[in-house]
Design a protein around this ligand. Structure first.
Ligand SMILES: Nc1ncnc2c1ncn2[C@@H]1O[C@H](COP(=O)(O)O)[C@@H](OP(=O)(O)O)[C@H]1O
Ligand SMILES: [Mg+2]
Ligand SMILES: [Mg+2]
Ligand SMILES: [Mg+2]
Length: 356
C-alpha cells in the first residue's frame, strides 16, 4: 500500500512545477500594463492570475469535489470586457496547461496534459478559489505568487500550494524559481522545490525533482542564530524584530527575503527563526501565506506559532483570525523567542505610554 497522500503530493508537485515555469517565463516578458493594484493597494500581475487558473484547473481535473481557497479572484478581470489583460492571462494559462514539460510532468501520473480552456472557463477556474475556508473536510490553499512585490523586483517569490484536511495541513509544496540551492553561493544553481507531507518528513529538490534532500533543522546555536524577515516594512515590523534580536544578544544580521521562501530557508538551516511581527494593528494573516510553509518547518523539526506562542489555526476561514504575527523556529529556541517577544512588546508599550 502506498503512503497516505501520495497522489495528492505528486499532483501538487506537478502543479507547482508547471506554475513556476509559467511565472518565470512571464517575468521575462512582463510589461507595465500587466499589473493591477488591488483594493488593499497590493499588486497583482498576469502571472498571479494565470498561475492560479493553471493550478486550479489541475486540481479540478483530479479532485473536482475539493474546495479551494485561493488568493486571487476574477471579479476585476470579468468587469473589463475586451481586456488585453484577460487575453494575456488566457494565453499564458493555456500555454502552460498544454505545454509538454516531459521529465517529471504530471502526464506521468495519467492525469494530463490538460486541454486548452475558453476564457470563461478560466475565469471560473480562478473563482474556484473563492471558498471561505473552515474547520472540516478537505480543502486546497493556493498562493499563486507569494511575494508579488519580490517577483516584480526580480527577487524572491514562491508558488505555494497546500492540502488541508479538517484544518490541518497535510501536504505542502513551495516552488521558489529564484532561490539559490545553496544560499552561500548566490550565483550558483537557482530554483528550489520544497515538499512536505505530515508524518512523512520534508525535502528540498530542484524544480525538476533532481537531488532530493531530506530537511532537518539544526539545534539552537546562539553563536550563529539569526532571523529571516520580510523585505517589506509594511508586512512586518523590522524595528520590533531588532529589539527582540538585541534582547537575545543576536549578533548576525537578519536575512531579508520575500515570500514563503523564508520557510524553505529556515527548514534547511539558513537561519534560526522566521519572525513576522505585525507592522500595524488589525491585519489578519492569510492562510495561504503560511499553510505549506508551516508544515515544511514542522516536518523539518521546527515549530510555528503566533508571536504569543499560540498555534496557528487554519480552521477560521480565509485568515488566521486572531493570531498575532508568526514565529517559526527550531523547537529548542521557541520559548526563548516567545519570552523575548513579550519583553520587547511590553518595552514598546512602555515607550508609547511615556511619550503620551
Ligand atoms: N500589512 C500586512 N501585514 C502582513 N502581511 C501582509 C500585509 N499586507 C500584505 N501582506 C501579505 O504579505 C505577503 C508577502 O509576504 P512577505 O512580506 O513575507 O513576502 C503578501 O502575499 P502576496 O505577495 O501573495 O500578496 C500578503 O498576503
Ligand atoms: Mg497578493
Ligand atoms: Mg502571499
Ligand atoms: Mg500571492
Amino acid at each position: 500500500m502506498s503512503l497516505p497522500f501520495t497522489t495528492e503530493k505528486q499532483l501538487a508537485i506537478a502543479a507547482v512545477r508547471r506554475a513556476c515555469h509559467l511565472t518565470s517565463s512571464v517575468f521575462n516578458k512582463l510589461v507595465k500594463n500587466e499589473t493591477l493594484t488591488k483594493g488593499d493597494k497590493s499588486p497583482v500581475t498576469v502571472g498571479d492570475y494565470a498561475a492560479q487558473a493553471l493550478i486550479s484547473s489541475m486540481l479540478n481535473h483530479a479532485y473536482p469535489q475539493d474546495p479551494i481557497v485561493g488568493e486571487e479572484d476574477a471579479t476585476e478581470l470579468r468587469a473589463e470586457s475586451g481586456s488585453t489583460l484577460r487575453e494575456r492571462i488566457v494565453e499564458l494559462t493555456n500555454e502552460a496547461l498544454t505545454l509538454d514539460l516531459q521529465q517529471g510532468d504530471y502526464a506521468e501520473w495519467g492525469i494530463g496534459p490538460g486541454k486548452a480552456k475558453t476564457p470563461e472557463q478560466l475565469m471560473d477556474e480562478i473563482d474556484r478559489g473563492n471558498y471561505g475556508g473552515g474547520r472540516t473536510g478537505r480543502m486546497w490553499c493556493i498562493d499563486p505568487i507569494d511575494g508579488t512585490k519580490g517577483f516584480l523586483r526580480g527577487e524572491q517569490y514562491a508558488v505555494c500550494l497546500a492540502l488541508l484536511v479538517d484544518a490541518q495541513v497535510q501536504v505542502g509544496v513551495i516552488g521558489c524559481p529564484n532561490l539559490p540551492a545553496d544560499l552561500s553561493q548566490p550565483e550558483g544553481q537557482k530554483g528550489c522545490l520544497f515538499v512536505a507531507v505530515r508524518g512523512q518528513g520534508a525535502q528540498q529538490m530542484s524544480l525538476m525533482g533532481a537531488n532530493p534532500t531530506p530537511l532537518s533543522m539544526p539545534p539552537y546555536d546562539p553563536s550563529t542564530f539569526n532571523f529571516l524577515e520580510s523585505v517589506e516594512a509594511a508586512h512586518t515590523s523590522h524595528s520590533t524584530n531588532d529589539k527582540i534580536s538585541t534582547l537575545l544578544e543576536i549578533t548576525r544580521k537578519p536575512i531579508r527575503m520575500d515570500s514563503q521562501a523564508k520557510y524553505g530557508c529556515l527548514a534547511r538551516g539558513d537561519a534560526g527563526a522566521y519572525m513576522r511581527m505585525p507592522a500595524g494593528v488589525g491585519y489578519q494573516e492569510k492562510i495561504w501565506d503560511h499553510a505549506p510553509g508551516s508544515l515544511l518547518v514542522e516536518e523539518s523539526g521546527g515549530i510555528v506559532t503566533d508571536s504569543r506562542g499560540t498555534p496557528l489555526d487554519f480552521g477560521l476561514g480565509r485568515t488566521l483570525g486572531v493570531n498575532h504575527g508568526v514565529i517559526a523556529t527550531v523547537k529548542s529556541a521557541h520559548s526563548r523567542l516567545i519570552d523575548a517577544v513579550a519583553k520587547a512588546l511590553s518595552n514598546e508599550e512602555g515607550d508609547t505610554k511615556s511619550k503620551a
